[in-house]
Design a protein around this ligand. Structure first.
Ligand code: ADP
Ligand code: TPW
Ligand code: MG
Length: 590
């Protein structure tokens, strides 16, 4: 327990020394600053992503002084995105620390995004005193932050008394990681930090959370029901989502797929949970698999927009399917279509219960179905190989991604961050992943701006090199964090796919006015110079060989690197692969 002598309260806490606290003539005291640090560390939360300022500047300093890793960002949203990815990778809530009102709001986007993606994180924000906020007396950065956070996250708490810090942190941790994980807001009014508590009392108030994410066992009847449905299938399909990746039960997932022999489709962030070149992967026959399957088994994936809500043209004849869904959240069942066999529980417990009953003589799916998928897959892969073989200058998406595909094949343990429109959609289908939780991307919302936060957290949490493949627009949302990457000397290689704009660089202003079209950026920009400005390595390339060399050099050296990859500005399509979701006016168009 860190302590502070009574005459050296609050602000000076950082300098509190053992000599003072060992002075037998004084009672030992601690304060809110130290208690919060102790509460977090006691629960194994040792890294904070944030931006300093009133009233949490000293908290950051003290956290660092007391052995926590404090990573300061240039904008809270990216710190928040880093915390969310830290949560996804470690199953412990990632911590984001922000100042009041504007800093809080900047972090809130990330908190909401974490919640939507089922990633555990805690947004700790300094705030103004209740008395002033509630009377709306106009404090510095005054805002009723708790009320604003509540509808946007899984749970929100405020701690008013230092004695409650232990309980407050414990509640936040449990709320973030138990059941369906999500974002938690912890409101910390400025006064809390300076409150002084006797050490003996403080020590008692701390809580080490026992079993923060308890196993949730499925009902045996639910398992039997699911097995009945699976057994009846002629054309079964497994869909693996990032909930299964998050659960870290990789062996059970593999065993389930391999012992049932059922083809599977990985959702984007579940790629690599089984290697993408696994013989049962139906990824390259996605349309056929979705349309023709008769039983679909969902493992930690939601039937949201990313899966056309489980209905419509992509899913073939209406009524042609029955769904088995394994998910920790009972309310996910029947959210879009009827679920014939809901299995509610944590992924590990559910899969183990299923595997126990499968036995060794489980019937494999009919050959005809497996062959149909294999044929389609081989045809599509051959077509793709042909496109990837073209070595164009300037590069199109296939030429550039063909190079990066090879890099990941040779370095399967590095992490891949990916955002953009075309840059995202093409990379997702072209770059194979071989290991679990190596692919981090725009997630459930398809949000731009996760790039640098995700890359920084990936490097910090895993210690592995990170390759961030970024559309030029996507990169711009978090681009200033290249300074953060340089400051902490992180092994991050960013490749900006520079096609002069959003989707393409070719739009023009139909009025002939001097403003360029809304989707177009400064032509021939040199994003690499953003990295050299902070002492990192910057390279501009326009062909495959140069790109390959530059990426490999970056990954070998571990030096922060930004590669400006010149992509043909004609190569992309509107909205990448989701143009169908984009309403377009036909008025006045020929
Ligand atoms: P994807 O985008 O990859 O399809 P989603 O984010 O839509 O994945 O779905 C993830 C699902 O996984 C959520 O419904 C969530 O409740 C569930 N989930 C999260 N953690 C677990 C777990 N440990 N066990 C079972 N289900 C989980
Ligand atoms: C927070 C809307 C979706 S994709 C995209 C935007 C602005 C950028 C696409 O251009 P980029 O990729 O990155 O250059 P490419 O390869 O096609 O040229 N604001 C937020 N999230 C989203 N999704 C948008 C805007 C959008
Ligand atoms: Mg672009």
């Amino acid at each position: 327990m860190s302590t502070v002598a009574p005459e050296k309260k609050s602000k000076e806490a950082a300098t509190s020394s053992k000599e003072q606290s060992n002075d037998e003539s004084t009672v030992e005291y601690t304060d809110g600053f130290h208690l919060l640090i102790d509460a977090l560390k006691l629960n194994g939360l040792n890294t904070i992503y944030g931006v300093p300022g009133i009233p949490i500047t000293d908290f950051g300093r003290l956290a660092q002084a007391n052995g926590m890793r404090v990573i300061s960002f240039r904008h809270e949203q990216h710190a928040g995105n880093a915390a969310a990815i830290a949560g996804y990778l470690t199953q412990k809530p990632g911590l984001c620390l922000t100042v009041s009102a504007p800093g809080f709001l900047n972090g809130l986007t990330a908190l909401a995004n974490a919640t939507v993606n089922c990633f555990p994180m805690i947004l700790l924000s300094g705030s103004s005193e209740r008395e002033v906020v509630d009377l709306q007396q106009g404090d510095y950065e005054e805002m009723d932050q708790l009320a604003i956070a509540k509808p946007l996250c899984k749970a929100a708490f405020r701690i008013l008394h230092a004695e409650d810090i232990g309980i407050g942190v414990a509640r936040a941790i449990r709320a973030a990681v138990s059941g369906r994980p999500g974002g938690v807001y912890l409101d910390l009014p400025a006064k809390l930090f300076g409150q002084v508590v006797e050490v003996a009392k403080a020590q008692q108030s701390l809580v080490k959370v026992v079993d923060a994410a308890p196993a949730q066992l499925p009902a045996p009847q639910a398992i039997d029901r699911a097995l009945e449905v699976i057994k009846s299938a002629k054309r079964p399909l497994i869909i693996i989502g990032k909930g299964a990746a998050y659960a870290q039960v990789d062996d059970a997932v593999k065993q389930f797929v391999e012992s049932t022999g059922i083809p599977y489709l990985p959702m984007s962030m579940a790629k690599g949970l089984l290697p993408d070149n696994h013989p049962l992967s139906a990824a390259a026959a996605r349309s056929l698999a979705l349309k023709q399957s008769d039983v679909v088994i969902m493992l930690g994936a939601r039937l949201n927009w990313l899966l056309s809500h489980g209905k419509g043209k992509a899913w073939g004849e209406p009524g042609s399917k029955r769904f088995v869904q394994i998910d920790i959240d009972p309310r996910e069942m029947d959210s879009n279509v009827e679920i014939a066999a809901p299995v509610v529980g944590d992924m590990g417990s559910c899969l183990n219960a299923i595997l126990e009953k499968l036995g060794s003589a489980w019937p494999q799916p009919p050959e005809a179905w497996l062959n149909e998928i294999a044929e389609k897959r081989n045809t599509n892969l051959a077509k793709m190989a042909q496109r990837l073989g073209a070595d164009l200058t300037p590069m199109d998406f296939h030429t550039a991604l063909g190079a990066l595909k090879q890099v990941i094949k040779e370095r399967p343990d590095i992490l891949l961050v990916n955002e953009g429109a075309n840059t995202l959609d093409f990379a997702r289908s072209i770059i194979d992943m071989y290991q679990p939780r190596k692919r981090l991307d725009v997630g459930t919302w398809g949000i731009m701006g996760i790039g640098m936060g995700a890359a920084i957290a990936a490097a910090i949490e895993t210690g592995k090199p990170v390759l961030a493949v970024e559309g030029d627009s996507a990169f711009g949302f978090s681009g200033m964090e290249v300074e953060t990457i340089c400051r902490y000397k992180l092994p991050v290689c960013i490749v900006v796919f520079n096609n002069n704009g959003i989707y393409r660089g070719t739009d023009t202003n139909p009025t002939g006015g001097s403003d360029v079209a809304p989707t177009v950026f400064v032509k021939d920009s040199r994003y690499d110079m953003m990295m050299t400005a902070f002492g990192g390595v910057g390279v501009s390339v326009d062909n495959r060989d140069e790109l390959t060399t530059a990426v490999n050099q970056a990954l070998d050296s571990g030096k922060p690197t930004l590669i400006n990859a010149v992509i043909d500005e004609n190569a992309g399509t509107e909205s990448g692969r989701i143009g169908n979701l984009n309403p377009q006016s036909t008025v006045g168009k020929k």
